[in-house]
Design a protein around this ligand. Structure first.
Ligand SMILES: *Cc1c(COP(=O)(O)O)cnc(C)c1O
Length: 404
C-alpha cells in the first residue's frame, strides 16, 4: 500500500493503516451519466417529440441490436427481466403440474415466474467455485414432470451450459439478466438456450433509467408467441388469442439503452480490468486465503456484474458492518437461498438442505466493481478489508473453497 501513502499524503489519513478516509460506493450511476449526458438528453428529446412512447422505433432498433449482439435471430423487448423470465416460461407452455428446475442461489425472479404460472420450482444446488447451477444436481432433479431448466449466469459468468444442454429434450432458458456480453465457449449469453432473458434494471451492466427487459431467441415461432404474450395476447387489436400480460418496453428506455449500447464493450473491459486489479491487490495485501476470490472458469468470458468474495461465515456480517462504517459500499447477494424463503414454504423445502447454496449465502459479499471505479478506490476497499482482518487476527486458518 506504499503508493496509497504517497498519493494521499496530503489527504485525510486513517491513523492506523494509512487508508484514505474516502467513501467508495458499491455502484454509482451518476459517473456513467456524466459521460453520456448530452447523447441521452438528445435521445429523450427525440422520443418526447415523436409521441410514440411505447414499443416505438427505438424499441425496434434496440431489439435488432440486441439480437445481433447476442447472436440470435430475434429479440423481443419487455418491461423487466422478471417479466422476461415469466414470458419465456409462458411461451414454452409451462403451467400447473409442471416442474421447472432453477438454482436456489439466485435472484428471486428466476423462481417466482415459475410459481406465478402455477408450476413448481424445483430448487437445486450450485457448484462452489463459480456459484452457478450444478449440472449434476440438475440431472438428479429431472422427473417426467420437468418441462424446463433455467440456469442463471450468476454475477456475469455463464453456467456450464455445455453440460446442461438440452439433453432429455427439456428446453433450457438462459436467465442472462446479469450477463449481457458474457460468453461460454465463444457464444454469447442469451443464445445458449432456446430463449434468453435480460434485465435492464439500472444496476445491470446495461442499465436503463427505469425498468426494462429483453428476450432473445433464434426460434421464429417462439419470438412470435413472445410478442403476442407481451401485449395481452392481442392480435389483431382487441382480439385476444391467448391470455397474455402487459409487458412492453418504453421508447424512452430503449432510446437510453441505444446510447449505452455503444459503450457496453468498453464498460465490460473496465470491469474486467477492475476484477484483475482486485486479484492483484488482494495478493499484495496477503489476503488470499483469508478471503476466497472469484475467478473466470475456462471457456468463459466473465463480464463481472458483481465481484463476489467469500469470507468465513462468522466474519462476513462483521466485515459488512466494518466496511459500511468506513463508507465502503458492499452488498450480500443473497443472504437467504430461495428454497428457504418463507413464500416457498408450501413447496416443502423446510428441511431440505442445499449445502453449497446455504454456505454461499453465509459467506459471500459483493465489492464495488462498476466501470468508473478508480484504482485508488479499489485500494481503499482492499485496504479496509486488510484492516478488518488485521484487527481480528486470530491465527486461525479457515478453509474456504479457493477459486482455480
Ligand atoms: C435482475 C434479475 C432478474 C430480474 O430483472 P428485473 O429487471 O429486476 O425484473 C432476474 N434474474 C436475475 C438473475 C436477475 O439478476
Amino acid at each position: 500500500m506504499r503508493s496509497l501513502r504517497t498519493r494521499y499524503s496530503n489527504g485525510c489519513m486513517d491513523a492506523m493503516n494509512a487508508i484514505p478516509d474516502v467513501p467508495v460506493p458499491l455502484f454509482d450511476v451518476q459517473r456513467q451519466y456524466r459521460q453520456i449526458r448530452w447523447d441521452v438528453l438528445a435521445a429523450l428529446e427525440s422520443v418526447a417529440a415523436s409521441g410514440r412512447y411505447i414499443l416505438g422505433p427505438p424499441c425496434q432498433q434496440l431489439e435488432a441490436e440486441i439480437a445481433a449482439y447476442c447472436g440470435t435471430a430475434h429479440a423481443v423487448g419487455c418491461a423487466s427481466g422478471s417479466d422476461a423470465v415469466l414470458l419465456a416460461l409462458q411461451a414454452l407452455g409451462i403451467g400447473p403440474g409442471d416442474e421447472v428446475i432453477v438454482p436456489s442461489y439466485t435472484f428471486f425472479a428466476t423462481a417466482s415466474a415459475v410459481t406465478r404460472l402455477g408450476a413448481r420450482p424445483v430448487f437445486v444446488d450450485i457448484e462452489p467455485k463459480h456459484f452457478n447451477i450444478d449440472p449434476a444436481a440438475i440431472e438428479a432433479a429431472i422427473t417426467p414432470a420437468t418441462k424446463a431448466i433455467v440456469p442463471v449466469h450468476l454475477f456475469g459468468q455463464c453456467a456450464d451450459m455445455e453440460a446442461i444442454a438440452a439433453r432429455h429434450g427439456i428446453p433450457v432458458i438462459d436467465d442472462a439478466a446479469q450477463a449481457i456480453g458474457a460468453q461460454h465457449l465463444g457464444r454469447r449469453a442469451g443464445s445458449l438456450g432456446v430463449v434468453g432473458c435480460f434485465s435492464f434494471y439500472p444496476t445491470k451492466n446495461l442499465g436503463a433509467m427505469g425498468d426494462g427487459g429483453m428476450l432473445t431467441t433464434s426460434d421464429a415461432a417462439l419470438a412470435e408467441r413472445l410478442r403476442l404474450l407481451r401485449t395481452h395476447g392481442m392480435q389483431p387489436r382487441y382480439h385476444h388469442k391467448v391470455v397474455g400480460i402487459n409487458s412492453r418496453l418504453d421508447s424512452i428506455q430503449a432510446a437510453v439503452l441505444l446510447v449505452k449500447m455503444k459503450y457496453l464493450d468498453e464498460w465490460t473491459a473496465r470491469r474486467r480490468e477492475n476484477a484483475a486489479r482486485y486479484d492483484q491487490l488482494f495478493a499484495a495485501e496477503g489476503l488470499v486465503g483469508r478471503v476466497a476470490l472469484p475467478s473466470e472458469s475456462p471457456g468463459n468470458f466473465h463480464i463481472w456484474n458483481q465481484y463476489v468474495i467469500r469470507v468465513p461465515a462468522e466474519k462476513r456480517d462483521k466485515l459488512h458492518e466494518h466496511l459500511a462504517a468506513h463508507n465502503v459500499g458492499t452488498e450480500i447477494y443473497y443472504p437467504v437461498p430461495l428454497h428457504h424463503q418463507p413464500c416457498f414454504r408450501e413447496l416443502g423445502y423446510g428441511d431440505v438442505s442445499l449445502p453449497v447454496s446455504e454456505q454461499a449465502a453465509r459467506e459471500t459479499i459483493a465489492l464495488p466493481i462498476f466501470p468508473e471505479l478508480t484504482a485508488e478506490e479499489q485500494q481503499v476497499v482492499v485496504g479496509r478489508i486488510g484492516q478488518f482482518f488485521a484487527q481480528r487476527a486470530t491465527g486461525t486458518a479457515h478453509s474456504l473453497p479457493q477459486a482455480a
